[in-house]
Design a protein around this ligand. Structure first.
Ligand SMILES: [Zn+2]
Length: 179
């Protein structure tokens, strides 16, 4: 479910945590056609940390969760307010791209390419999600409208092509199937 564009108001002091401190100088939300996405607020080099993906741990995926291990997903907390989403759980607005500039490393989002100020920050969901709760047809501009459903549904060649940006638990699975 997409949040609608709203004026950003300062988050209450009691909700501020080190999580916000970890990403506030690197990324922010921006709106396009009524949908939010994430953009870089400064130049980032490949290998640079962008943010920690924090939230509630779950053993099954949901529409907005990020998978960080086998049967381990991080979801935005229940009852999330609009301000919290924009200030503490920015990763909620991370869009998919078949040519991403970030990957998931443990529970962090890390750049895999240089990212310019104002450039959208993207992730290849097929590189960290095993079997997505909400598959969709891609409009990233780098594919022919691929069905994004998760690593489980990729061919062996498609899996191998992503090996440099696979989440660790999927990379280990790939190594085991290619020996
Ligand atoms: Zn695509």
């Amino acid at each position: 479910m997409a949040l609608t564009v709203a004026k950003k108001t300062p988050v209450a002091a009691k909700t501020l945590t080190t999580r916000r401190d970890s990403h506030e100088v690197r990324v922010r939300t921006a709106a396009r056609d009524g949908q939010y996405h994430l953009i870089a607020t400064r130049t980032l080099a490949a290998g640079e940390f962008l943010m920690t993906i924090d939230g509630e741990l779950a053993c099954v995926p949901c529409r907005h969760s990020v998978q960080v291990g086998p049967q381990l997903h991080i979801a935005p907390p229940a009852g999330l307010t609009r301000n919290d989403a924009h200030d503490l759980y920015l990763w909620r607005f991370l869009n998919h791209s078949c040519k991403p500039n970030c990957m998931v490393v443990g529970r962090d989002l890390v750049a895999i390419a240089g990212i310019a100020v104002g450039e959208e920050v993207t992730l290849d969901y097929n590189s960290n999600e095993y079997d997505m709760a909400a598959p969709f047809r891609c409009h990233c501009g780098h594919c022919d409208g691929a069905n994004i459903r998760g690593y489980r549904h990729l061919s062996p060649a498609e899996r191998k092509r992503r090996q440099h940006r696979l989440a660790k638990y999927l990379r280990e699975a790939l190594d085991q199937t290619t020996v």
